[in-house]
Design a protein around this ligand. Sequence first.
Ligand code: DQA
Length: 149
Amino acid sequence: MAGTINIQVINGPNLNMLGKREPQIYGADTLDQINAGLEKAAAPMGVALKFFQSNHEGAIVDKIHGLFEDRMDGIIINPGALTHTSVALRDALLLLSCPIVEIHLSNIYKREAFRHKSMIADIATGQISGFGHYGYHMALGAILNIING
Ligand code: DQA
């Protein structure tokens, strides 16, 4: 496919604390380190990544509204705890027509029952859960596979 592929990476609440936050569950890497690793993998593939993290549901909804105009080729989203609660996030994502990959560092199905329900799993293109930061790379590969056919 000719031209740059634009992919937006969105991380929700508390993911700015990666590295400090429950490292036995989420790993030792910071979000900046995860993003840098993803950037390094994406650049040679002609992919331009944009990164956004917020602890605020409304800010993430606003960001997604902006993407409606900006037209991305794909979205990689780890909504953090909003995964389990946010109808607003679900409704915002329904605005978009590009592939959306939901990713979780931990395997949410191996954890507390309240984490087993995702408000966006059935409207996302697919979900990756339990592979740590490699999940972001899997999500990138999945989106490229869809785009490049
Ligand atoms: C998470 C799983 C969520 O249940 C949790 O609230 C998070 C992180 C993950 O990446 O494993 O904040 O999305």
